[in-house]
Write a protein that binds this ligand. Sequence first.
Ligand code: BG6
Length: 474
Amino acid sequence: MSLRKDFLWGGATAANQVEGGYLEGNKGLSIIDVVPAGKDRVAVKKGKMRMLECDDQYFYPSHEAIDFYHHYKEDIALFAEMGFKCYRLSIWTRIFPNGDEVQPNEEGLKFYDKVLDECLKYGIEPLVTITHFDVPVHLVKTIDSWRSRKMVDHYEKLCETIFTRYKDKVKYWLTFNEINMLLHLPFSSSGLVFEEGENEEAVKYQAAHHQLVASAKATEIAHRINPEFKIGCMLAGASIYPYTCDPEDIWKAMGRDREHYFFVDVQSRGEYPNYAKKMFERMNINIKMEDGDEELLKNNTVDFVSFSYYGSRLTSADPEKNTQTAANLFPTLRNPYLNTSEWGWQIDPLGLRITLNALYDRYQKPLFIVENGLGAIDTPDENGYIEDDYRIDYIREHIKAFKVAVEEDGVDLLGYTTWGCIDLVSASTGEMSKRYGFIYVDRDDAGNGTMRRSKKKSFNWYKKVISSNGEELE
Ligand code: BG6
């Protein structure tokens, strides 16, 4: 076995991290547009600080981001030059700016028509995330976002609209970016803000139920509108290792894995797993379901499972083992066998093979790695060129790991889209200096710079990787 001939090589971005033009074309204010850079960012993202308006004292990186809104032709031309077969992007607040309009915003629909046409012109398959950390602020103010069952109706309408409009342009869709992020960053992923003293876990799992129902509805609508559509779920993936072979550590790691698998278990197998039902009983959580929900979930499982992977995680039952390091979503214990990025994220290519195998064993559905990459500081030389061998090394080792998972373990893998194929705003920090791209964008953390695009060393390297279907990695 080797990689498929039609393996979807490419890159990924999200509207809120690249587009800018935050109020242009009648776009509505999205939750990320009120998340500032700097000291209050984490409290706002976690739903601990209610901030639903922009405030002049703060800087909001999403407002201009890298101005993909005006540079999309140039950017997609560069993706095409690298030979991309696939480009992952996201969509929402341009189409229903407030989330609850009767009619969609034609200007928003047209913008994505142009973006999609530009991709198709070069033979690039679009992969659309329906919501990537994107909820209209209006829906947070009026119905408390995903706490409310009404969100399912708004989401359904969005799906009807985009599936119909882009029926012949898009085949691959993801319903929610990193759906498990809801548990960790409830505001920036799902627009949840908490009241003091309330049972936050109950709020989160009720919101999760609404998203799971919305995801199943999306799948149902998609297959009705175009049976060729392929609908995927999307998990912030990373296997969780036990610190030692102490059974207590093994048990703890299993439980932590389940926190994340829970979402995909429902989306992929179509029912709430028993371990989750028991957990809800213990936590005194009573999920409110409507008639027909269980049937809907059962009949509308996803076609494929996608995930992001940056590095593995480590856990221990021993409270003395408490040296932590940063990671995607939330910190993890420091694994002494692994190196870290400049932001403390642990680098573990073998962990990608392990994660792929764990997901494939569990779901037996095609997998898609829709995010992977190294956030690093890039320093241009005197000619403005960036020799990002560290990024090439990181991606090369991860490609080797997934190739082996396909070739030796038999995992069915649809594609690989690296995260931030062009430099973009970091979700966790709001910085530009945490760069992932093959394409450098001249913009700094404070929003200064010309927005000029230039190719890094990794640009031509990735081009060679794609043209050889992953055979030439040096
Ligand atoms: C994932 C998100 O969590 O990780 C992306 O889906 C995010 O939106 C990416 O940008 C990398 O994280 P960060 O914090 O380095 O931007």
